[in-house]
Design a protein around this ligand. Structure first.
Ligand SMILES: [Ca+2]
Ligand SMILES: [Ca+2]
Length: 332
């Protein structure tokens, strides 16, 4: 806990470690930052700030004082560990944020997990980069943990403190992953199935060629010295639901990106699968397409969906031109 430097100036207010700013004997209210609360003496209502930093203004006989209060974890009623999470953060999708939980207790360790993710996706990692394997993390109290996802949206992350006796306490915070450049996300509604996202630069090479960006050729643009202009398939999902995404971080405005979806294999699942493609240009979701696809005719006979063409530039940041044609792959 960081004690405010001006604390000594505030008559009748005692800051105790832990989460409580407690004027002697007065009740405690809960404040979730970022907020400012005004405390008027002598009928002081104290403030329990659950996350730092909070601003507490104390008005008394002297001029108003402003304190930056750094607080620890709230008390645990069963005497177990105490924990408080860092405040909500955001980052560009694919870039890391640093999470931290202050925890107190005997031999406390902290486990970080995701409680909710956009579309129930699993395309997140407690790591600096998405290509690591860590979908949770266990660290010492107070240690910072990187987190990232390649899928745009808000993630609720939970930190659970467990002490040497197995007693637990938890806190949660949110991480918003924001769009940037061109991002195309694919998801679908069946388990055990393999659908693939594709992106062509113009019509160069054609689908499934060495110029196509897809699971067998995730980074076709290695010849571009500027990595921001390259297409990247961040994740290929082979066992149902997705997601997959293809991105271009700093696309130029003079070329089309053609988006395609192939139902690679239904893996003996029957019935159609509904695929959804979402296109982000910068932070904005520009288009959303849905289509039922057939995937049990064998890879060559399965559906290929020519979804849309995207071109950057213009008043709206980009233009998405729907194509919306479904053919069997061997008739492309
Ligand atoms: Ca796939
Ligand atoms: Ca999956």
């Amino acid at each position: 806990m960081k004690m405010p430097r001006s604390m000594a100036l505030i008559a009748g207010v005692t800051l105790s470690c832990g989460s409580t700013l407690r004027p002697d004997g007065n009740p405690v209210t809960v404040l979730t930052p970022p907020q400012t609360v005004v405390v008027v003496e002598p009928t002081v209502t104290a403030v329990q700030a659950v996350q730092p930093p909070s601003t507490v203004v104390v008005q008394g006989v002297r001029a108003p004082q402003t304190l930056q209060v750094a607080v620890g974890a709230p008390p645990n009623p069963d005497g177990g560990p105490r924990i408080v999470c860092s405040r909500p953060t955001s980052a560009l999708a694919g870039m890391p944020v640093q999470l931290q939980a202050e925890a107190q207790g005997d031999g406390v360790r902290v486990r970080w997990e995701v409680r909710s993710a956009p579309g129930n996706n699993r395309a997140y990692r407690f790591a600096q980069r998405f290509d690591a394997n860590d979908t949770d993390a266990v660290v010492a109290a107070g240690a910072s943990v990187p987190f990232t996802s390649v899928i745009v949206g808000e993630y609720e992350v939970v930190a659970t403190a467990r002490d040497a006796e197995g007693r637990t306490a938890e806190c949660s915070t949110t991480v918003a992953m924001t769009g940037h450049g061109l991002r195309v996300e694919l998801s679908w509604d069946s388990n055990g199935t393999d659908v693939d996202l594709h992106a062509l630069r113009g019509t160069e090479g054609g689908w499934f060629s060495s110029s196509d960006c897809y699971y067998a050729n995730r980074t076709p643009d290695t010849g571009y010295p500027d990595e921001g202009r390259r297409r990247w398939l961040d994740t290929d999902d082979v066992d149902g639901y997705g997601p997959e995404n293809i991105r271009v971080d700093t696309p130029e405005g003079n070329e089309d990106f053609n988006i395609g979806v192939h139902f690679y294999s239904a893996h003996s699942q029957s019935g159609p699968t509904r695929a959804t493609v979402v296109v982000y240009c910068g932070e904005r979701q520009m288009a959303r397409f849905e289509r039922n696809l057939v995937g049990n005719r064998g890879t060559e006979g399965n559906d290929f969906w020519r979804v849309a063409a995207v071109r950057f530039g213009g008043a709206h940041g980009c233009e998405v031109r729907p194509i919306q044609q479904v053919v069997q792959r061997n008739r492309l």
